[in-house]
Design a protein around this ligand. Structure first.
Ligand code: ZN
Length: 383
């Protein structure tokens, strides 16, 4: 795997920590504008970022020197005066290895460029692996992906189910049998690169915010809830542009909210948790027990249970956008319709009138791209 110290491009100079805070902040504003709105002139960058022209010019020079931005030629629609030179992100300056551990069947990963373009993909089958065996599979996947990249790596991003703190310690990931697992240190020792670990649902929400335009999943506003339905059920919540993680990093852990007091016993020891009705393995097993004619009713029940849990959250925060991410054969159709209808019935029209509830087009890549965003945030200062 190409380590950063062997890389042809000097990477140590891009560390935000080495810059004065104000300059690092201003640099983030410029990068942010280039990420959100695409290539533009220095004058447009000054308008978008609220910085002065000389400040923007100096910051752009730095970004070009670091290889992160480049001049893209002259815009040909200039009205009067000298035509403006466009500046854009240099997508291939670095690559990022990103992995998503949320599926019950396999760990998936990709090599992506700085604009979230997927360069290579790889995956490893889980075959029921938990604990140390599962950590070994993550290491193997990261190694496989590292060997596929041709550019210097900016870092490794990991989206994992469970509760993850700011040090990259997975405090609890029940399905993987991980408790207080220092995944960041383990991987970083293994590959010799910066590693950034976050919750998979949070990653999906961050992925839409950072790469929404690239993936056709752009968020409608500044607040957004992503519900991921896979091995478990989780929520990633962005409110007024900021990720909500909670005091114990457990915001969005809706999987063990009780929806049926007489329901099946859950892995957490209680009965009738949302996951027992809605998580992909449980839902698939329930569908197998029913004939074709009653599949719709099973999916309807699952969607209704989700709507029951989401209605008070949507009301409390007046959210306008909810994105369901999960296997298309499960979440599309009856499940989405039932969830939408249940939320509508249980909230004031002032809340539900503006609500968009939709399916994510590419469920798997949202968490992958979000994990890449964790790396961009930490290594380049993107917010
Ligand atoms: Zn439970």
């Amino acid at each position: 795997m190409p380590r950063r110290e062997d890389a042809p491009v000097t990477t140590t100079t891009i560390s935000r920590q080495q810059q004065p805070p104000l300059r690092a902040h201003n640099r983030s504003l410029v990068l942010e504008a280039l990420y959100r709105d695409g290539s533009m002139s220095r004058a447009d960058l000054a308008r978008r970022s609220g910085l002065t022209r000389p400040t923007v010019s100096a910051l752009v020079s730095d970004l070009i020197d670091d290889g992160i931005a480049r001049e893209l030629g002259v815009r040909d629609d200039a009205r009067v005066g000298k035509p403006a030179t466009l500046v854009g992100i240099e997508s291939d300056a670095f690559h990022i290895v990103t992995v998503d551990l949320s599926s019950a069947e396999r760990f998936v990963g990709a090599v992506v460029d700085l604009r979230g373009g997927v360069v290579e993909r790889a995956s490893v089958e889980l075959d029921g692996a938990v604990g140390e065996a599962a950590v070994g599979l993550v290491e193997r996947l990261v190694d496989d992906l590292g060997s596929l990249t041709t550019r210097p790596l900016l870092g490794i991003g990991v989206a994992t189910p469970g509760i993850v703190d700011h040090e990259g310690v997975v405090r609890t990931a029940v399905h993987l049998g991980w408790y207080d697992l220092d995944l960041r240190s383990r991987l970083s020792d293994h590959v010799g690169l910066p590693v950034h670990v976050g919750n998979d649902s949070n990653a999906a929400a961050v992925g839409i915010r950072t790469f929404g335009e690239t993936t056709g999943q752009a968020a409608a506003g500044q607040s957004l809830m992503v519900v991921t339905i896979d091995h478990g059920v989780g929520v990633g919540l962005v409110v007024a542009g900021a990720l909500v993680e909670g005091d114990q990093f457990s915001a969005g852990e809706i999987g063990h909210v009780t929806v049926d007091e007489n329901g099946d016993v859950c892995a957490c020891g209680r009965r009738g948790c949302l996951e027992e009705v809605l998580a992909a393995p449980q839902l698939r097993s329930r569908l197998r027990q029913h004939d074709e004619g009653s599949r719709g009713a099973v999916l309807n029940d699952a969607g209704r249970a989700l709507g029951l849990v989401l209605a008070p959250i949507i009301s409390a925060l007046n959210l306008n956008e909810v994105v369901l991410s999960g296997p298309a054969d499960l979440v599309e159709g009856a499940l989405l319709r039932a969830a939408r209808e249940t939320v509508r019935q249980r909230t004031l029209s002032a809340v539900s009138n503006g609500l968009i509830m939709r399916i994510a087009g590419s469920g798997t890549d949202l968490a992958l791209l979000g994990a890449a965003s964790f790396v961009l945030q930490a290594e380049l200062g993107l917010t």
